[in-house]
Design a binder for this molecule. Sequence first.
Ligand code: GLP
Length: 244
Amino acid sequence: MTIQRFDDEDALAAALATRVLEAIVANPELVLGLPTGRTPLAFYRELRERSGDWSKVRTFNLDEFVGVDGDHPGSYRAFMQSELFDHVSIDPANIGMLDGRAPDLKAECRRYEAAIADADGIDLQILGIGANGHIGFNEPADGLCAHTHIAELEQKSREANAQLFGGDWTAVPGRALSMGMATILGARNIVLMATGQEKADAVYQMIEGLITPQVPASFLQVHPRVTVMLDAKAAIRLKPDTAR
Ligand code: GLP
């Protein structure tokens, strides 16, 4: 893992936006994996404010709530439209999102895996991390799913998403569709970003701990091209010279 430290989340977001826009210049048909959450907000703001040719870029989002329509303000589809897609030149046909309202959720998961394979895989997967070490909605468990699947959400994760549902965590769906660990680890390059002290333990376990399904992000240790971008608070438990 390559560890990059930044003074604050704005510096991190600027550096990540530069990396993504340079990757798009190098490969206009870049296939990007994208996260939601509070952490990437500054990154998406940077992308909105800078010019880039998104016309041939393809994207696949990590996850979506079950039972929530794309028009619902709590959906990750709505989040992505307002934070990024409505503001850049991306072709709507090139936006990959899971449909949480699909009548057959297992078939929807299979469709998504096939769509990613048809795109020849993900070139650059951007990730956040949950305070419990989850990535996408791969929650800590005795075992993890390899491929896109229906995930049961922990209360902690529903609470973390409550602001999308009027501040009421019980209004957050208890299930989501999520890329699996093999879907994520299949990306050719991965960048995980984490900011704030509430992520410091998860970041420490991800980097310094054993690989365990109780910390899903720890599986990133097996991937050959992972960059972890941290602000000072998220890096607080790491030794100053931690870099691998
Ligand atoms: C969410 C998403 C994850 C995200 C994580 C952290 O629930 N499913 O993809 O990385 O939890 O979110 P935040 O950035 O708001 O802390």
